[in-house]
Design a binder for this molecule. Structure first.
Ligand code: CS2
Length: 454
């Protein structure tokens, strides 16, 4: 009987004649990056020129775990019919994001052509006007003389200064977060920070950094200890950092890569001139429905997306929201009908345990991107926007009952919830859209929707 545990994954035994050279620097070493951009790069970088050096944002532990197994990890593609296992070896260095010296050295290297980012929507630190929130505590902390930056824009500006000083030239920065016009959001965040630190550097960044727009898609819930055990069984090695994801994946990009890039289209990525219709379709239909399920589903006692979408009441709410959003998704080639049908299949994957609590986080940042644009489009056409207003009402009802609200704006949410009646509804709406909070018709609608949830 074999009693010894399998050995840890490592590059040599994996037979990895894999990239030794870093071509991509990544900020935000989470599961989504590994299931998505690292997976695409792994599939296409046969010449080994585009190894990834990944830096953590908030959890240095992720770098330690990966480093101990030479950056290798398993992507478990979990379909209804079973699991497929792929060992991915495109990450060649994993670091604590606080290692600014290594970050700067790599961004300043002539062989580095791309910086990718997955740090979540809130970490761009943008205000309602789309500009860097210069008075936020995180930005102010980064601006203190001699401070080691901890924010995404602070760290990236620090590293881009090194590239400018090295005289190495242009580079692409590719946001892979769920924001509309995420390239412009990255530009606003990074150039905004540079303007506060060093206006000449802001000019250099504007002239030399290509901020690429992308729409990224792959449902990637957190992996569990049971997943590690399953991977050990399947690949015969111990993997302390596996990623579990759905079989579906999509990556749409638009923009220039002045210092080259991997041929991601060989793994299915699509390059387009106008990305806006695609990002709207994804943000409104997928992410909007996710948020709706997170709040309505949790209030109805469900735990995962699969549980919630299996409840006809939740599915009906999703369909109503989709009907409303679809009226504004009219660009050619979107094929909204097939997209919706595919989403129902994806949400209905019974083997993916995507926890509603994970999706419910940061509602104050997500709803302005997922619900408000649909509501505003409806109002502009003289309709009430009942289904998108219903998503906002669901968030308010959920927050009022939640034991814990994981949100970068939790203090404002708690202050709003301490009010009662209409004042509370207005204060919550103001967190996601200040202007709409002054619209009595919208507030009336929210009040009636909230009354109906009791
Ligand atoms: C989810 C997304 O957590 C969330 O807010 O809606 O992470 C979603 O799973 C991805 O965008 C899918 O591509």
């Amino acid at each position: 009987m074999r009693t010894d545990a399998p050995a840890l994954l490592d590059r040599r035994s994996h037979g990895a004649s894999r990239p030794a050279r870093v071509g991509i620097v990544h900020l935000g070493l989470g599961a989504f990056h590994r299931a998505h951009q690292a997976w695409y790069t792994d599939r296409v970088d046969t010449a080994g020129e585009w190894g990834i050096a990944a830096f953590t944002g908030r959890s240095p532990e992720a770098a330690r775990l990966l480093d101990a197994q030479d950056g290798l990890f398993t992507v478990v593609e979990r379909g209804e019919g079973g699991d497929a296992f792929h060992v991915v070896s495109s990450i060649v260095e994993a670091h604590d994001g606080a290692d600014l010296a290594r970050l700067s050295a790599l961004v300043a290297a002539p062989t580095t052509g791309v910086v990718t980012i997955t740090v979540t929507e809130a970490a761009y630190l943008l205000g309602a006007d789309g500009a860097l929130a210069a008075d936020s505590a995180a930005v102010l902390a980064d601006l203190r003389p001699g401070a080691a930056p901890t924010t995404m824009p602070g760290r990236l500006v620090h590293a881009l200064a090194a590239r400018r000083d090295a005289g190495v030239g242009a580079i692409a920065v590719v946001s892979c977060d769920n924001l509309p016009a995420n390239g412009a959001a990255a530009r606003a965040s990074v150039v905004g920070m540079a303007e506060l630190l060093d206006p000449a550097l802001a000019d250099w960044i504007t002239a030399n950094v290509s901020f690429v727009h992308t729409s990224v898609d792959r449902i990637t819930p957190r992996a569990t200890p049971a997943d590690s055990a399953e991977v050990a069984e399947a690949i015969g090695r111990l993997d302390r950092a596996p990623v579990v994801t759905e079989p579906f994946t999509s990556w749409v990009l638009s923009g220039d890569f002045p210092a080259g890039r991997p041929e991601w289209e060989a793994a299915g990525a699509v390059f387009v001139d106008d990305i806006e219709p695609f990002e709207r379709r994804k943000l409104w239909l997928l992410n909007g429905a996710h948020s709706l399920l997170a709040y309505v589903g949790a209030t109805r006692g469900h735990t995962t997306v699969f549980d919630a979408i299996s409840d006809p009441v939740c599915q009906d709410r999703v369909e109503q929201f989709w009907d409303e959003a679809s009226a504004h998704l009219t660009a050619p080639g979107l094929d909204v009908g097939s997209y919706r049908a595919a989403l129902l299949d994806r949400f209905g994957n019974s083997r993916i345990a995507h926890h509603l609590a994970q999706i419910a986080t940061d509602g104050s940042t997500k709803l302005p991107l997922r619900a408000i644009p649909v509501l505003r489009a409806e109002l502009a056409e003289g309709r009430s926007g009942r289904a998108s207003a219903g998503l906002i009402a669901a968030w308010i009802a959920w927050a009022a009952e939640a034991a814990h609200i994981a949100d970068t704006r939790a203090p404002q949410i708690e202050a709003a919830l301490s009010l009662s009646g209409r004042a509370r509804t207005v204060a919550m709406l103001a967190i996601v859209d200040d202007d709409l909070a002054r619209d009595a018709t919208v507030v009336d609608l929210l009040e009636s929707l909230l009354a109906a949830t009791h």
